[in-house]
Each structure stands twice: as structure tokens, then as C-alpha cells.
Design a protein around this ligand. Structure first.
Ligand code: GUN
Length: 747
């Protein structure tokens, strides 16, 4: 018995019959997702790598993949099985799982790749799908037409159209077997979109992105990124997306961040045959190595020198294991990053491993991002080679939309500090979206020309250092607009603890950088501040009030030192607290200023030990809101949700005809559920997909939403796990994590 057999794993449990073929998303970070594909041979957790098994040459035994490496699914080629009589007979008689000796999920390809390599295949469109079904594969593939990057546009169009024409017959032939519907389209944005839209109409279980092998072989990673941008947004979101023939670990993080769920590759074995080693840092040659780039279990007792002396077959097997272990480790890293909300940072990190990957990354992140307001958010902060990268690749605007879709998928406030990673930090999608949300929703107190004070020079929290100064200034100069300069941009002082701006984890010089006044004025404009005089105060100074006084006197705003009677302070402090809650309601909860003010005006506060507002109490003595320490956001109580929901003026769009609106000022998005889910939600149970009737177009994963019944009555609130385009389409999993329990609150 081989050593790895000691750790033999049980065979998988089949999924519930009613779940077969469903894809469930259990965690997400923007477009990246952690999911589960439910099959008769167990659950395949994504993102996953399906190693390619050649039924004739097994470099690593599939059983070992299951037992030792915990691999839940693999891919093999039905055309090869079909062509070889002995394999075919075995598969037809005993099934493909027996032929391959693998108890998990088996995906098969159809022979398309062989037709790309050898020119043609002699199998029929229905025939190959029927064959795959007859041998019991879990996920079969239709016979698509491979689109090469060197084909003319007309030829690619032909490939796209012929593939779509074959769908109906393929779907019929597959019966209840899950089927892959590959997306073709070469490097043409419109053809990728046409293919994705056309294929998405049919009842496929998975959509592989095809025709990318030559693009990856030529390191055309920018084209690969473009293909992802063009395609993913057009596909039904409830289906997994597979990267056909992609298995280089260096690419995983970027592709996962752009929406890939599955990978397959023979690279682990093919590279091993050439004495090459895969790694997230790139590829290494065995001949160059003195030490292992990654010390994975299979080589702990080996040196590269020792492996070089092995006979070819043994060496290939060991290096294939090495490649597989390294690949699985990177995939695991990516999964954790999705859970942590840092997949983009990992992609950013990996982008430095290969010049072509860096080019792709910079191309992506220098796309101007547009949302409901048009803005070019990078302009005011970025001064380095990223600006050059954008100028070098004038986009003509067409890619903005695709990139904006990726960016807009991001949750804004997070519970963790933002690690500074150089100028790249500024173009992380969740930072872009947080800045956009602030600039779109927040408004200064005065719409006319205002003097502005920018506090600069120290990281937050700013209140201990600056509160007294701010209160006094508000007394002597009530119209003065005060903001903090953070490494992520300007932050109104009333929002001084808002994530991510207030929680940047980086060297202290980040807060001391010289401010470019031209860019500063541009950013003030984006915040709708009609700035008159702009003063910058270094808050690193010891005697802050004195320094501020000197500055204001020097600029003629004051004639003498700032002095305020202590008796005036409580009222000033109250006004600041009121402003803080007001601005948070507007920025974090999408409430309009007028509505927010009319709610807050009559409220009182319970103050915590640190002098901060703990609870907001309305005029009837009801606790309605609490500022959150973790991210500077607001938690809404059950009572609070009723009060906010009552302010809403637009109906929920029951027809599902989403107007492209941000729902500006309409409060948290609303999700309407079927009547049979109501009693559960009222008792605080989560909302599951399949029970949703309608939702607002501005519903967004990671944000608070309100839950209503079919008559529009509020029955709860919670944290949305999906966006509007997903709410009505997914069939399994949690759509809203309910935070309320109306059965207790409103007994
Ligand atoms: N394997 C690698 N690329 C492709 C593709 O475009 N289609 C299919 N069916 N298999 C592939």
C-alpha cells in the first residue's frame, strides 16, 4: 500500500437531488466568490483547480489526488476516451468514475481543443454530449468552436455563431447532465459579449471562458484581463465561470478578483515534463535552482541537485507533485483572501511577478471608473507611473463600463484597517467605491463659497487631538468647512472615524506628505465645496490652538487668538455629534439630508465612556441608531429601521424592471419576499434565494437592506449578500443575513 493510502478519504456524499447542478455563493469580495457546486459526486468548493487527467498517461493517480490532496474535482477528455476502444468500453460499461478511479466530481471536455491542435475531430455535436452523459460525467462540455487570437474578426464571429447554433441540440442531448457552455470571441470585446449573452440564454450549468490558451501561452495577460472584463458581466451570475486551460498559479488572484470560479490545467504535468516548476512568482527551471522557491511537502527530503540526478520518469512525477502542491497552496491563499476581503491586494502583489501581468494590472486599474456620477477619481491623487500607463493606453471609453461594474461590486466600509501598498492602494476597487460614495452622497453645510481648513500631518483617530480645536473654530467661524487629509483622500471632519479613510495602516510619513494645492482644490470640488480660502494646518504641532490661531490671523480670517468660553463648549459638542450622526446617515445609509435632519433634530444621545455617541434616542425615547466602532458606520435598530423605511418615497419595483438608479437619498435598498417567507423573517431568520419577489437596483452585497412583504410592509432588516442582478437569479443560499427580530421587538 502506498504511503498516501494511510490517509485515504471517504467517498463523497451525493448532494440532495433537488440541489443537483446548483451553485451557491457563501462568501465574496467584490466579484470574487467562494462557492459550492452541488453534484451527485459531492460538493465542489470554488475557486477550484480541476487537474487535467489524460486517461492514457497518469502522471499522478487520480485516487491519490482525492486521498492525499483533497482534490474534489478533475477534468478529463471525453474525446480521447471515445476514440480509444478499450477506454470507451470500460467507461460505457462501468462509468467514467471507475475508469479514472476517482470518486469526486468529473468534468469532461469535448474534443474542441483537439480540433484546435489537430485541425478537426470526427465526432458529432450531439454524439459527444450523449457519450459524456452515457458514461456518467458530472459536468459535460458541448462541442464549441475554438476562436484563436490570430483569426480574422469574421472567422471569430463564425466561431461564436456556430457555437451558439449548437447549443439547443447539445442541451437536449445532455438531458439532466450538467453542461458547460463555453464562451468564445477571441480578443474582440463585442464578440465576447455577443457570445456570453447568446450562451447565457441556454440552460448551461457552467460557463467556461474558451480560446484563451494561446493568449496565456504568449503572456498576453492584458488581453486576458480584457476578455474577463468583456465577458463576466454578461453571464448569468448564478453560474460558475471556468477558465479553460488556465492553471498557472501566478494568474489565479487576478482572475479570481475578476470573477473566475474554476480553473483547469495540465500545466502541473506538462511543465514537470520540461523540468519546469510553477510558482505564484512565475516559472523556474530545475537547472537554475539551488533551493526550492516554495518548500512544499513532496520535496522536504530532496534538494534540487538530488532531483536533477533522478531518472526522467521519477523526476517528472516528483516535479508534477511539486507543481500541484504549489498550485493548490496558491488557490488556498486566494480563498482566504476572498474571505478576508483582500483578493485585490493579493492580485496587486502578484502583478509584480511578471512584466506582462503588471501591464495587465495597470491597464485595469487605470480605467476611469464611472458610477452614477461620472468622476475620474484617480486624477486628484495619482502622480506616478499609473498616470503614464493610462495615457499610454487611451481607452476610448469602452472599457470604463466593464471596469466600473467590477468596482461597483465592492462593499465600501470594512471592518479592517487598510494596508498601505504604495500608490496601488488608491486604485483598489473598494477604495474607489468608498471615495465615490463619499463624494456622491456627502454635502457641505453651505452651498456658497466657504473657507476651508484641512488638517494634515497625523494619522487618526483625530478626535482626541483635534476635537477641542474644531469646537472652538466652529464657534468663531461657524461656516468654516473642516476636513482631514488622509492618504486615501479628504475626509469631512464629521466622518473622522470612517473606514477605510480613517484606518490606513502605513508609515507615518504618509500623513505628512506635502499637499498639492491644485489637486486639493479639485478634490474639494468633487466634494461640492465651493472653496474660498483653503488653509492647511499641520496638526503634528504641540500647541495646536496657538498654531491654528497664527495661521488664521496670518490669512486674515481672525484678528486674535481663538478663545472660547468653556460654557459654550457643551452646546458646540452637541452640534458636532449631531453633524456626525447626520453625515453617517447620509453617507453610510443613503438617507437624504432633509430626512436625516428631521429624524436627528429631535434625538438625544447616550454618550459612552470615551465621550462618543453610543446610542441615538428618538423623541419617544426609542433607541434607533448606534455608531459602530469597527468601521465608523451606523447600526440601525429594529425601531430605527421602521422610522427610516417610513421616510421612503419610491415604491419597490415589483416588475423587476430595474431602472439604472442609485436610489439617491432613498435609504437602504429594499428586498421584497414571498408571503411564505414572511413569518420566518419576522422571527429573525435569514432570507434565502428563491423567495425574493423584487428588489431595488441599488441593493449591494455587504450593505444594510430592508426586507418587506409583498404588500410593502417592513418585516426586517439585515446585511445583503447579493446585488440586485443576483437576488432574483440565484436558487440556493442566503440572500440576506437578517439582523432583526421583529417578533420580539414588536410583540
Ligand atoms: N480547452 C482549452 N480551451 C478550450 C476551449 O476553448 N474549448 C474547449 N471545449 N476546451 C478547451
Amino acid at each position: 500500500m502506498a504511503a498516501w493510502m494511510d490517509g485515504a478519504r471517504d467517498d463523497p456524499e451525493p448532494c440532495k437531488e433537488s440541489d443537483r447542478g446548483k451553485f451557491e455563493v457563501v462568501a465574496r469580495d467584490g466579484r470574487a466568490r467562494i462557492g459550492k457546486i452541488h453534484t451527485a459526486h459531492g460538493v465542489l468548493e470554488t475557486p477550484a483547480l480541476l487537474p487535467v487527467i489524460n486517461p492514457n498517461i497518469r502522471t499522478i493517480e487520480p485516487r491519490e489526488m482525492w486521498d492525499r490532496y483533497g482534490i474534489q474535482g478533475l477534468i478529463t477528455n471525453s474525446y480521447i476516451i471515445w476514440k480509444h476502444e478499450d477506454l470507451k468500453q470500460h467507461a460505457v460499461e462501468k462509468g467514467v468514475h471507475d475508469l479514472i478511479n476517482f470518486p469526486g466530481v468529473i468534468m469532461t471536455d469535448s474534443g474542441t481543443f483537439q480540433s484546435y491542435v489537430y485541425g478537426d475531430v470526427e465526432v458529432g455535436v450531439e454524439e459527444i454530449v450523449e457519450f459524456q452523459r452515457s458514461i456518467g460525467v458530472d459536468i459535460a462540455t458541448m462541442l464549441d468552436v475554438f476562436s484563436r487570437p490570430d483569426m480574422s474578426e469574421d472567422e471569430v464571429l463564425q466561431a461564436v455563431q456556430t457555437t451558439i447554433e449548437r447549443c439547443e441540440a447539445s442541451i437536449l442531448a445532455a438531458q439532466d447532465t450538467m453542461l458547460n457552455g463555453p464562451i468564445q470571441g477571441g480578443i474582440h470585446r463585442h464578440l465576447r459579449k455577443q457570445s456570453a449573452r447568446g450562451m447565457g440564454q441556454f440552460d448551461f450549468a457552467v460557463h467556461p471562458i474558451g480560446g484563451i490558451v494561446p493568449i496565456m501561452e504568449q503572456h498576453r495577460y492584458k488581453d486576458l484581463a480584457k476578455i474577463m472584463l468583456a465577458t463576466i458581466g454578461e453571464l448569468p451570475p448564478e453560474r460558475p465561470r471556468h477558465m479553460f486551460g488556465c492553471g498557472h498559479p501566478m494568474l489565479f488572484s487576478m482572475l479570481i478578483a475578476l470573477g473566475a470560479d474554476l480553473f483547469d490545467s495540465a500545466a502541473y504535468a506538462l511543465f514537470a515534463r520540461d523540468d519546469r516548476l510553477l510558482s505564484p512568482q512565475g516559472t523556474y527551471r530545475l537547472s537554475d535552482l539551488h533551493a526550492w522557491p516554495e518548500l512544499v511537502p513532496c520535496v522536504v527530503h530532496w534538494t534540487p541537485e538530488g532531483v536533477r540526478k533522478l531518472k526522467q520518469e521519477e523526476r517528472t512525477k516528483l516535479l508534477a507533485r511539486y507543481n500541484l502542491e504549489v498550485t493548490l497552496a496558491e488557490l488556498s491563499r486566494c480563498k482566504q483572501a476572498v474571505h478576508d476581503g483582500t483578493i485585490w491586494q493579493l492580485a496587486e502583489h502578484r502583478s509584480h511577478q511578471h512584466p506582462a501581468l503588471r501591464e495587465a494590472f495597470l491597464w485595469l486599474t487605470t480605467r476611469p471608473f464611472t458610477s452614477s456620477v461620472s468622476s475620474d477619481l484617480l486624477d486628484d491623487l495619482v502622480q506616478d507611473d499609473r498616470a503614464a500607463a493610462r495615457d499610454y493606453h487611451p481607452s476610448g471609453g469602452i472599457w470604463e463600463q466593464d471596469w466600473s461594474e467590477v468596482v461597483n461590486k465592492q462593499a465600501t466600509q470594512r471592518k479592517k484597517g487598510e494596508r498601505w501598498g504604495g500608490e496601488d492602494t488608491l486604485s483598489r476597487p473598494h477604495i474607489l467605491v468608498a471615495r465615490e460614495q463619499l463624494q456622491h452622497r456627502w454635502k457641505p453645510a453651505s452651498s456658497g463659497p466657504t473657507d476651508v481648513l484641512v488638517l494634515n500631518g497625523k494619522p487618526g483617530p483625530w478626535r482626541q487631538r483635534c476635537d477641542l480645536l474644531v469646537l472652538r473654530l466652529k464657534h468663531v467661524l461657524p461656516d468654516l468647512e473642516i476636513l482631514v487629509q488622509t492618504p486615501l483622500g479628504l475626509l469631512p471632519y464629521s466622518l473622522e472615524d470612517l473606514n477605510p479613510f480613517a484606518q490606513v495602516d502605513g508609515p507615518s510619513w504618509l500623513w505628512k506628505r506635502r499637499i498639492n494645492t491644485v489637486l486639493l482644490r479639485q478634490e474639494l470640488q468633487r466634494l461640492h465645496i465651493d472653496a474660498d480660502r483653503v488653509l492647511i494646518l499641520d496638526i503634528g504641532a504641540d500647541s495646536l490652538i496657538q498654531e491654528a490661531s497664527n495661521l488664521f490671523i496670518k490669512h486674515g480670517l481672525l484678528e486674535e487668538e481663538i478663545r472660547v468660553d468653556d460654557a459654550a463648549l457643551p452646546e458646540l459638542r452637541d452640534a458636532l455629534r449631531r453633524q456626525q450622526i447626520l453625515d453617517k446617515l447620509v453617507v453610510c445609509s443613503n438617507v437624504g439630508y432633509e430626512e436625516a435632519a428631521s429624524i436627528i433634530d429631535s434625538c438625544t444621545y447616550i454618550i459612552g465612556g470615551t465621550g462618543r455617541v453610543k446610542n441615538v434616542i428618538d423623541k419617544n425615547g426609542t433607541h434607533i441608531l448606534s455608531p459602530r466602532l469597527t468601521d465608523g458606520g451606523l447600526s440601525i435598530t429594529d425601531m430605527g429601521s421602521k422610522i427610516l423605511y417610513n421616510r421612503r418615497t419610491v415604491p419597490v419595483d415589483k416588475e423587476g424592471q430595474h431602472q439604472p438608479t442609485s436610489g439617491f437619498g432613498q435609504g437602504p435598498a429594499v428586498l421584497m419576499v414571498q408571503q411564505d417567507a414572511v413569518e420566518f423573517v419576522l422571527r429573525g431568520r435569514n432570507v434565502f434565494y428563491g423567495f425574493i419577489v423584487a428588489c431595488d437596483p441599488w441593493l449591494k452585497a455587504g450593505q444594510t437592506c430592508f426586507i418587506v412583504d409583498e404588500h410593502g410592509a417592513l418585516i426586517g432588516h439585515g446585511l445583503a449578500q447579493c446585488d440586485a442582478d443576483e437576488a432574483l437569479r440565484f436558487r440556493k443560499g442566503i440572500a440576506v443575513r437578517t439582523r432583526s427580530d421583529f417578533s420580539k421587538t414588536f410583540k
